[in-house]
Design a protein around this ligand. Structure first.
Ligand SMILES: [Zn+2]
Ligand SMILES: [Zn+2]
Length: 346
């Protein structure tokens, strides 16, 4: 089968390879025929050598597909089921995190797409316990967005505790930033302000508006802090969601927040150390949350949103195509000429 793989350490080394189709080797695992696979920022970063990976490895962790084979001990799923899956394997099942339903935090789990073979290929095999059934009528293309939507549910709904009438700032206009803005608005925020750079003007800002952003600030043209203070009559934002990972954006979060405001850290900075006004954050009694990956509970909520808001969320997908066109679309994502791109499989 065809797979888009990262073959070696360093920038580049990504190519479409012909590899053996995986088989169900464990009784509680299933084989899924991939029908759609989304491209995440992390896939692009693996290509650029800006994110961790264990080569050779098939890229991709966002996908939807059809179950084609199940192990003898599978209980819930059968061939023909249309599914999405939490992109992980090897969770130990007995640690504190696994026992409390947080397998995504298990020290032994491997994530698809960088630690173990991912979804940008024709077939994927993984444990049945990570599968979720797609609602009737939801397309494979849109269902491939379930993972990033689950990220937004987990961070913005479950951690962010967005409330009615909140003023929310989202920093960054990538798919996760736009989904965070959508989520905040969906949860009742009064206004959502989303930031980006001049390159984001090409298409990302328009998509963000369609998904619910009320205000857009190009930080290369406008003073963000002044704008937030103007719109909140000097009080500051109730919540800042940082999805860009840019040091200059991270440094600004504290100043934009009201006292006891909430900061949600989602973006991953390139470097280990980033300057942050810790003292001001203490004096302002800020609530700060970080998270990586998704909770089990976020997935069915994400599927519910994908079905209920399918017309709106469809705007996020600006490109669909085949695996062989990967290089063109990876470059276009880097240049911000696309928002979300999805590989489709027959
Ligand atoms: Zn992702
Ligand atoms: Zn565990």
């Amino acid at each position: 089968m065809k797979a888009l793989m990262k073959m070696d350490y360093g920038p580049g080394h990504v190519e479409v390879r012909e590899i053996e189709k995986p088989a169900v080797t464990q009784q509680d695992w299933v084989l899924i025929k991939v029908r759609a696979a989304g491209i995440c920022g992390t896939d692009v970063h693996v290509w650029q050598d800006k994110f961790m990976f264990w080569p050779p490895v098939t890229l991709g962790h966002e996908f939807s597909g059809e179950v084609v084979e199940v192990g003898d001990k599978c209980k819930k799923f059968k061939p023909g089921d249309r599914v999405v899956a939490e992109p992980q394997i090897n969770a130990c099942g007995i640690c504190e995190f696994c026992r409390s339903g947080r397998t995504h935090l298990c020290m032994e789990k491997w994530t698809l797409g960088w630690r173990t073979n991912g979804s940008m290929c024709e077939y994927v095999t993984l444990p049945e316990m990570f599968l979720h059934k797609m609602p009737e009528g939801l397309s494979f293309e849109l269902a491939a967005l379930c993972e990033p939507v689950a990220v937004a549910v987990y961070d913005v709904a479950e951690h962010g505790k967005i409330n009615i009438n909140d003023f929310v700032v989202v920093q960054g206009s990538g798919p996760i930033g736009i989904l965070a803005a959508y989520m905040a608005k969906r949860l009742g925020a009064r206004s959502v302000l989303l930031t980006g750079i001049s390159a984001s003007e090409y298409c990302r800002f328009d998509v963000a508006k369609k998904l619910g952003a009320d205000y857009i600030v190009n930080v290369q043209k406008e003073n963000l802090l002044d704008k937030v203070m103007e719109l909140t009559e000097g009080r500051g934002a109730d919540c800042v969601i940082e999805t860009s990972g840019a040091p200059s954006s991270i440094a600004l979060c504290t100043d934009m927040l009201k006292k006891n405001g909430r900061l949600i850290g989602m973006g991953i900075p390139a470097d280990k150390m980033v300057q942050f006004p810790w003292k001001d954050a203490v004096l302002k009694s800020l609530e700060i949350y970080f998270s990586m990956s998704t909770s089990y509970t976020a997935w069915d909520k994400a599927l519910c949103l994908l079905q209920a808001d399918s017309d709106k969320l469809q705007n996020l997908i600006t490109w669909t195509g085949v695996l062989d066109d990967w290089e063109r679309v990876f470059n276009s994502l880097v240049a911000e000429k696309d928002v979300k791109a999805v590989f489709m499989f027959e």
